[in-house]
Ligand binder design. Structure first.
Ligand SMILES: Nc1ncnc2c1ncn2[C@@H]1O[C@H](COP(=O)(O)OP(=O)(O)O)[C@@H](O)[C@H]1O
Ligand SMILES: CC(C)(COP(=O)(O)O)[C@@H](O)C(=O)NCCC(=O)O
Length: 340
C-alpha cells in the first residue's frame, strides 16, 4: 500500500532511456502511433465490434482502432518477412518448394505484470490477426496451464509464490513452445482454472500448427534458469528459454500504482461475480465486507504480485520487441519498438 515505485526504478533500466544516449528502441508517442491507424488495413467491422464486446473486457473500441489495428498490421509485416526468409532459406538449401519445410507457426508473446492487461491484449491481438488473409488460424495459449498443481506447490513451500518462475513446470512449457516451433502437427498445453485456482487435471488445449500462436504469461521473457552443474562439473544442457522460440514479444507496461488499482478493481468485480459461483476457490471472499476483502487482496498484491513484478517480470522488459506503455486509464501513452 502507498507503494511509490517510479517506472524508471524497477531494477532494470527503462528501455527507452538507457544510461547511454542511444536506445535500442524507437519511441512513438500516442499521436505518432495513432496517425498510423489512418493507413492501417482492415478497419473494424460490425461483426468485429460484436465479437470484441463478447470477449468480456471493457474495451474502448476507438482505442482498439488506434492501438491494435496498427499493431496487428505491423505484426503481419513481420510474419510476411519471416515467411519470406523461410522461403529463401528453403531455396538456399535446395529444398524445392519447401517453404513449408522450414516455416513454422509465428509465435507472438505477451508479457507483463499480473493485472496489467495481458489477457485483454492477447485476446485482441488473436482476434485481429485472424482477420488477415495470410493468418486465418490463430491459437491463444496462456502459460498459467504450466503452473505446478497446488499440491506440488504446497510440497515445495511455494504456495505464496504462484506466478514466480519456480512455480511453473518450466521444462513442460519449454517443450511445448519448442514443439510448436518445430512444426509439430499437434501439441497439447495444460489448462488452469481461475475458478478453482488450480491446474485442471486431464484438461488440455490443442494447438495444431496454426499460422500464429499467441502465448501470454508473466514469465515468457524470462531467461533460462541457471543450469545446475552435473557430477562431472559440466553444465547441464538446460540453457534454452521460452524466449528462444518467440518471434515477436510485447511487454505491456504501466505504473505499478495503476496496476495495483486495476488488480483491486478486478478483485472487487470478481467478488461480486465469479467468487459467488459454487466451487470458486475464493467463495469465502464473496460474503465478507469489501474493505476486509480488499485488505487481504492488497496484501497478496504487495507480497506476491508486486514482488514478482519487481524481481522477475520488469527486469525482462528490455528483452521485448515492443513495449506498450499504458496510462492510468488503460490508454496507450507510447509504443517502443526495437530497432531492426
Ligand atoms: N484496454 C482496457 N480498457 C479497460 N480495462 C482494461 C483494459 N485492459 C485491461 N483492462 C482491465 O484491467 C484488468 C486487468 O486486465 P487483464 O487483461 O485481466 O490482466 P492480466 O491478464 O495482465 O492479469 C481487468 O479488469 C481488465 O478488464
Ligand atoms: C495465474 C497467474 C499466476 C498468472 O499466470 P500466467 O498465465 O501469467 O502464467 C496469476 O493470475 C495468479 O493467479 N497469481 C497468484 C496471485 C494472485 O492470486 O493474485
Amino acid at each position: 500500500m502507498g507503494q511509490t515505485w517510479p517506472v524508471s526504478t524497477t531494477g532494470s533500466p527503462d528501455p527507452a532511456r538507457p544510461t547511454s544516449a542511444a536506445s535500442p528502441y524507437i519511441e512513438l508517442d500516442r499521436e505518432r502511433w495513432r496517425a498510423l491507424a489512418r493507413t492501417a488495413p482492415l478497419p473494424l467491422t460490425q461483426a468485429d465490434v460484436e465479437k470484441l464486446r463478447g470477449l468480456g473486457d471493457p474495451i474502448d473500441l476507438p482505442e482498439v482502432d488506434v492501438v491494435y489495428r496498427p499493431l496487428t498490421a505491423l505484426l503481419e509485416d513481420y510474419i510476411a518477412a519471416t515467411r519470406e526468409r523461410a522461403r529463401r532459406t528453403a531455396e538456399f538449401l535446395g529444398l524445392g518448394q519447401g517453404a513449408e519445410r522450414v516455416s513454422t507457426p509465428f509465435v507472438v508473446a505477451v508479457a507483463g505484470s499480473v493485472a496489467v492487461g495481458k489477457s485483454t491484449t492477447a485476446r485482441l491481438i488473436a482476434h485481429l490477426l485472424a482477420r488477415f488473409e495470410a493468418t486465418p488460424s490463430v491459437a491463444l495459449v496462456t502459460t498459467d496451464g504450466f503452473l505446478l498443481p497446488n499440491r506440488v506447490l504446497e510440497e515445495r513451500g511455494l504456495t505464496a509464490r504462484k506466478g514466480f518462475p519456480e512455480s511453473y513446470d518450466r521444462r513442460a512449457l519449454l517443450d511445448f513452445v519448442a514443439a510448436v516451433k518445430s512444426g509439430a502437427p499437434r501439441v497439447e498445453a495444460p489448462v488452469y482454472s481461475h475458478r478453482v485456482y488450480d491446474v485442471v487435471p486431464g484438461a488440455s488445449v490443442v494447438v495444431e500448427r496454426p499460422d500464429v500462436l499467441v502465448l501470454e504469461g508473466l514469465n515468457v521473457l524470462q531467461p533460462a534458469p541457471r543450469g545446475r552443474r552435473g557430477a562431472s562439473g559440466s553444465q547441464a544442457p538446460s540453457a534454452l528459454a521460452v524466449s528462444d522460440f518467440i518471434d515477436f514479444s510485447i511487454y505491456v507496461d504501466a505504473d505499478p500504482l495503476d496496476i495495483r488499482r486495476w488488480y483491486l478493481d478486478r478483485f472487487l468485480t470478481l467478488k461480486r461475480t465469479a467468487f459467488t459461483e459454487p466451487g470458486s476457490y475464493f467463495q469465502r471472499f464473496a460474503a465478507i465486507p469489501d474493505d476486509i476483502a480488499l485488505a487481504a487482496a492488497s496484501e497478496v498484491w504487495e507480497s506476491v504480485n508486486l514482488t514478482n513484478l519487481r524481481e522477475n517480470i520488469a527486469p525482462t522488459r528490455g528483452r521485448a520487441t515492443l513495449v506498450l506503455d499504458k496510462g492510468p486509464d488503460h490508454r496507450m501513452r507510447r509504443v517502443l519498438l526495437r530497432k531492426a
